[in-house]
Each structure stands twice: as C-alpha cells, then as structure tokens.
Design a protein around this ligand. Structure first.
Ligand code: MEV
Length: 438
C-alpha cells in the first residue's frame, strides 16, 4: 500500500476517477479497479440509484438478504426478511419461530408512538417572566409551523405538545423547548427538525419583540430531534404452559429449562456485562429487519441501549414471568421506524421487504422488528442454557471457514457431510481440507 497524500476535491471527481484514485494506492491497481467494479450493479439505473444514497461512492458492499419463515405474530404468518452478515442469526430466528409456531406464536402490542425533539437555548433573563409568556409563545409555535405540519395533520399526526424545560441546575441559563410529535408512518426526522428550527426562529423573534424579555437575547444552541424515544414503545412476548416447553432441547426437561432460562434473564437484568451481550443478541434480529427495510438502524440501536439504561444501570431489555405453571417472556423496546419516506420506497430491496411484509404501517413494522429481536434472543438463550452456543454457531460458520480456504463446491459438500456429526473449529476444518486435498 502506498503512502497517502492529502487529496483535494475528491468529491468533484467522477466515479471512474475516484476508483482510479483509490486503486492507485495498491500495488495492483488494475486488479483492484476490476474487483471494485465487479460489485457494480449490471443495470446502470440501479447502480446510479445506490450511488446517490450516499457520497463518494466507488462500489457497493453486499450483505446477505435472508428470510426467517413461519413467524406467527398475533395469529398472522410472516416471512421476515433479514439483512445480516453474521452466520446463525437467521437460523436462530427461524428456529425460534418454528418452536413458537406450535405454542401460540408471538404476541405484540404498541404501547405508544410519541417522538421527541428539542431546541436547546440559553437566556439570562428572569425565568418567571419567560414562563409567564410561554403560553403565548406556544400558540405562535403551533401557528408558525402550520404550513410544515399541514400534510402530517391530514395523515393524523403533527405536534402533540411543546414544553419549556428549565435546565439551569445543569448549565447556567440553559433551557429547552421539548416538543412531542406523532409522525404517523414516517420516521419523522426531517419533519421534526423542520418544526424545531422554525420554533427556534419564532422564539428569538418573539422574545426580541417583547419589552419584558428583550433585555437579554435568546441564544439558540441547536435544534434537533432526540433519537431517544422511550414513548415510541413496542412490546413483544411469547407465553405458554411450562409443560409445553417440552422438546425445547432433548437433554433437558421443560421445568428445568424454564428454571434455567429464568436465571439467565435475571443475570442479564442485574449484570451489565451480560446485559450488553444479551441485548446485542436482541439487536441481531432487530437490526437485520431494520436494515432490510432501509430504516436507520443506528437510531434504533442508540435508542434501545439508552432505554436499557433508563434507571441508571444498563440492563436486559427483556423480562420473564414464571407463575402458576405459565412461562411468559417479554421484550419491551422503543424504536422509531418509518414505512414512508427515507429509503423505504427508494431502495428496490427495501421496497420488496415492505411488499413481502404486506405493506406494513410503522406500528406494524415496530412489532415485526421487535419479534425478530425476541426470536433471536430466545434462540440464543435456548442454546446458551442447554447445549451451549458454539455447537450451532460453528456449524453455521462452517461455510465461512471453508471459503477462507478457497474450498470448491465438492469440498464443501464433503465437509458439510463430515461435520454433521462432529465439532467444528477453524483448525479442525483446516486439517480436514488439507487431508482431502492430499
Ligand atoms: C451473538 O451474536 C449473540 C449472542 O452472544 C447473544 C447472547 O449471548 O445472548 C449469542
């Protein structure tokens, strides 16, 4: 790899020039160029569409698009698309879905769908005076954003409320306008941010016009939505009689499994190290669905982790109830998703996802993503508390290991057959490949 110079105007180069510029850092630029281009879409229009999602695009980065079938949610059977690079995630979701399909399936409900945005500002005047003027300001905020909110109101959403929050115990002279929104089927980031920026202008203007308040100017620090949406909340759960857990694993009774599973959830509730991995397993499922729909998985992750720490300690997002012979396992997770706007209709495969899911509304999609999270987490705990995670995981990882050794299709078939009844590890697979090649 050659030493990199400071490049001026990279963004102004056309795609071919960008590819050449990057390839020039390698000792074999022609091959690098060819490799990068081999991932370009064959249809020019599609390639252009992908490129325009972002900037300085030189190629596409492929991820597998898989399906977890037989996912029963509130009695309806779904095929859930999952975009994920990690082996065994789709398999875990599918196995859980199959297991629960004969035990009532998954159940879900939306708790709420409120989103939040804030205007952060400082003002050095008398709080009581500003507070007394706030009802008038609030009216101006609603009226002044009429044009922005018109379409959203017609769809049943809009601004729900705006509060003035006194934050002076944290930072001198610091206040917030904290607004809540219903953005219906859109994730709502652009809508919320547009409203907030308008509130900020109105706030500055109305305070500067008011002789009671204009001795001190409003200093707007920033206006931005919050990705923490604890009131945009969905719950997904599974439940059955404990005796119906029979068959969850051949080596454990239903009662012992329920006991061990409960302990595993308790551990993830009290221990932050375990909670992080436990919740990571939940996001294996959630992120995979969120990605397949073209939604913003970083927002969903950030929100979920903040929620997991809402009482000051990072804990499991799931809880368990074992009572009177019943097993009930619940995931509660906030997430702001959209089924209109963003990439959802623009990315051809996101559009396909929506169709496959029956053109869900945002609240339906929240429920589907939450179920994928719960399914993955149940699958992980099921393995962890019985045969351990590695057996299944390494089986699923076998093809990756084989690909590492450049295995041919025949070699892969032989290996898959051989490892059906044997423990998979990198070195054992390496020995096996070397043996059959001799
Ligand atoms: C791996 O991606 C996810 C797990 O570690 C989750 C868990 O431990 O619960 C298997």
């Amino acid at each position: 790899m050659l030493e990199k110079e400071i490049i001026k105007g990279f963004s102004k180069l056309d795609k071919e020039q960008k590819v050449k510029k990057v390839a020039a850092y390698f000792p074999n630029p022609k091959e690098v160029e060819k490799e990068l281009k081999s991932f370009w879409h064959a249809e020019i229009a599609k390639q252009k569409l992908f490129e325009e999602f972002s900037e300085n695009t030189i190629s596409n980065f492929f991820f597998p698009y898989g399906i977890a079938p037989n996912v029963i949610i509130n009695g309806k059977n779904y095929m859930i698309p999952m975009v994920i690079e990690e082996s065994s995630v789709v398999a875990a979701a599918s196995n859980s879905a199959k297991f629960w399909s004969t035990r009532g399936g998954f159940h879900t409900q939306i708790i709420n769908q409120t989103k939040i945005g804030q205007v952060h500002f400082t003002w050095a005047g008398d709080f009581e005076k500003l507070n007394a003027f706030f009802p008038v300001l609030k009216k101006h905020f609603f009226q002044g954003t009429d044009g922005i909110t018109k379409n959203m109101r017609e769809r049943g959403g809009g601004i729900l409320d705006i509060e003035l929050v006194d934050m002076r115990t944290e930072i001198d002279d610091y206040y917030q306008l904290k607004a809540s929104f219903n953005t219906v089927d859109s994730m709502g980031a652009n809508f919320i941010n547009s409203c907030l920026e308008e509130f900020a202008e109105i706030l500055k203007e109305k305070v500067s016009e008011n002789i009671e308040l204009n001795e001190y100017p409003i200093q707007v620090i920033m206006s931005i939505l919050s990705n923490y949406t604890p009131d945009c909340l969905v719950e997904a759960w599974v439940e059955c009689d404990i005796k119906d857990l029979e068959g969850v694993d051949p080596d454990i009774s239903a009662e012992d499994f329920a006991w061990k599973f409960e302990k595993a959830v308790q551990v993830a509730t009290v221990d932050t190290y375990r909670a992080t991995t436990h919740n990571k397993g939940i996001f294996n499922g959630i992120d995979a669905v969120v990605l397949a729909t073209g939604n913003d998985f970083r927002a969903v992750e950030a929100c979920g982790h903040t929620y997991a720490a809402r009482d000051g300690k990072y804990r499991s997002l799931t809880s368990i109830e074992i009572k009177e012979g019943r097993f009930k396992y619940v995931l509660r997770v906030p997430m702001a998703l959209g089924t209109v706007g963003g990439l959802t209709k623009l990315h051809p495969l996101a559009r396909f996802t929506m169709e496959l899911l029956g053109d869900p509304h945002a609240d339906d999609l929240m429920q589907i993503a939450a179920v994928a999270g719960l399914a993955n987490n149940f699958g992980a705990l099921r393995s962890l508390t019985t045969k351990g995670i590695q057996k299944g995981h390494m089986k699923m990882h076998l093809l990756n290991i084989l690909n590492n050794f450049g295995a041919t299709e025949t070699e892969k078939q032989t290996a898959v057959e051989y490892f059906k009844t044997r423990k998979v590890s990198f070195s054992v697979v390496e020995d096996f490949i070397n043996d059959i090649r001799q």
